[in-house]
Structures are given as C-alpha cells and as structure tokens.
Design a protein around this ligand. Structure first.
Ligand SMILES: [Zn+2]
Length: 293
C-alpha cells in the first residue's frame, strides 16, 4: 500500500495527502488505496516515538450550538515498558485546552466547538496499530463512534506501529459521511494535544488541521502549482507541503507567497494561525451540504 522511501513528489502528496516516516528517518511518500478525497493523513516529522503514556480518550467535539457528543477512545498500552499514565485530571485539562485552541483557530469561521463527552478505552491493539485502512480502525470506530453527521468524533491514539506508525493524524471528509457514517471522524496522535510530548506538534493544531478536513478543507498544497488546488481562491498555490516555519517561502510562480501560516499546511503548530475567508466560505458550504449545519 505504501511506496518506497524517497523524496516526496508533489503530485504524490497532492494525490495521497499522506506521508509517513521511513524506518531510517527519511521521509517516505505513501499512497493508500483510498482516494485522497476520502481520507487525508498527516505526517509526523519528529524523531521521537510517542511515549506511551497516557491515553486520552478522544475528545468528541461538536459544532456550535448543535448537540454534539464526543466519544473518546483511548487506549493505552505499550508492550513492555512502564507506562506513565497521566493523571486523568491532566488529560481532561489537555482536552479542555485543545478545544480552546480550536475555538481560537476557528474564531472567524462562525463555528464553535464544544466538548460533548469523553470516554476512555483501554485497548493496546487499537492504540498502537490504528491506521487509515486497517481492521483495528474499523473495529475501534464501530465500537466507539457516536452521534450524527454533525458530531465530530475524535480518537486519540499512539500510532506506534503498523501502517499508521508515525502519523500525526488523519480525517474523513464530509462528503464521505453518507457512504460510511461509522468511519466519520478524526484520529490523532494523543501527544499532539496541548502540553503533549510531540513537539513541535504539541500545541493542539493537529486537531485544528484535521477538523479542517472534517469540515471539508483540503491541504493548501493540494494540486501543487497548477489546477484548482484546494478549491479556495485566496490561498496561494504552493508546490508541496511546508515544514517548520519557512517565512517567505514561495514555490509557485502564481501570485502570493506560500500560505505557511495556514492551518491546512504542514508547518509547526507555532507557525499556524489562520484560515482564509475563502476557506471559511468553503467549509460553511461543505458542512451545510453534507452535515446539515
Ligand atoms: Zn491534512
């Protein structure tokens, strides 16, 4: 399912929207058998393994003023080592901070996220092996997914091994809800929550980004320099994902420097701080059409 290690070709990224880390630490591009429009995964650049400490249940978020429920499913475990489980109070605090981060990010969108509930599940297989196309994911979502098209289910896992190893997160798009309601939601690395250990991705913007897919947004580098890109006119085209915070990066001849501060790029959490007016227009249209919001 995944391609061999090597440089990431922009067109592959655009098509797959998924990246992973090679065992040797190189970047590997990979494509799943599913359409990129059905699922988008993110890549994790850090060299550290997520320590298997606390598992948070996935916070289940809801869109404003609608009744949302949150399902969470944490699983924890780790084969051998001593786990240092975070006190649940600490995890609850991280979830609360995560929602605060999201509401700041979506402040100009008219969307407000509210925690509808959290559940905690202990299942080492799910926690370690969940990925975009594996049986553990199917089982996990079947067991834990709750709510309707209006409810964002978030699952926090370890992405420790298997096809999902090294991921920061992945999400479904609103247009795929009707075809597979149980699959709907975001799966993220537990240590990407605010205060987690996945620096520089530990300020909570992984879920801001994944939720962006959940409301219908594509990556800003979708399609590279040509074509209709992310279907949004005010996000300048960029040839590939940006990492770190490369101020002034300009990879396409079209007008505008790369949107490295956009939540839908791949830069560090501390570098991301905006959705454009065009993205807000698109996401509102998407959730109206597909989520009844
Ligand atoms: Zn993404």
């Amino acid at each position: 399912m995944f391609k061999a290690c090597g440089p990431i070709a922009p067109h592959e990224l655009a098509r797959c929207g998924q990246k992973k880390r090679c065992p040797a630490g190189k970047i590997m591009s990979c494509c799943s058998s599913r359409s990129s429009l059905l699922l988008s995964s993110e890549f994790l650049l850090w060299q550290r393994r997520p320590s298997s400490e606390g598992l948070v249940g996935p916070p289940y978020l809801m869109l404003s003023s609608l009744l949302l429920k949150l399902t969470s499913k944490p699983t924890r475990s780790s084969p051998m080592p001593l786990l240092q489980l975070l006190p649940s109070q600490s995890i609850d605090s991280q979830i609360a901070n995560q929602i605060s981060v999201m509401n700041t990010g979506y402040a100009n969108s008219g969307i407000t996220w509210k925690l509808a509930g959290t559940t905690r599940t202990t299942n080492a297989d799910w926690f370690n092996n969940v990925g975009p196309d594996v049986s553990q994911q199917t089982a996990m979502k079947k067991a834990l997914r709750t709510g309707t098209a209006k409810d964002l289910n978030v699952y926090t896992v370890g992405f420790t091994s298997g096809d999902g190893a090294g991921l920061l997160g992945y999400s479904t798009f609103p247009s795929s809800y009707s075809g597979n309601p149980t699959d709907d939601g975001c799966v993220i690395l537990f240590s990407s929550l605010p205060g987690g250990t996945a620096a520089p991705y530990n300020l909570g913007q992984t879920l801001t980004h994944e939720a962006g897919h959940w409301v219908g947004l594509y990556h800003t580098f979708q399609g590279g320099c040509s074509g209709s890109g992310d279907q949004v006119s005010d996000t300048p085209a960029e040839s590939s994902a940006a990492f770190g915070c490369p101020t002034g990066r300009d990879t396409c001849s079209a007008t505008g420097v790369d949107p490295i501060h956009n939540f839908m790029d791949y830069t560090d959490d501390s570098c991301m701080n905006q959705f454009t007016a065009g993205q807000v227009t698109r996401l509102r249209s998407q959730i109206s059409t597909y989520r009844g919001l």
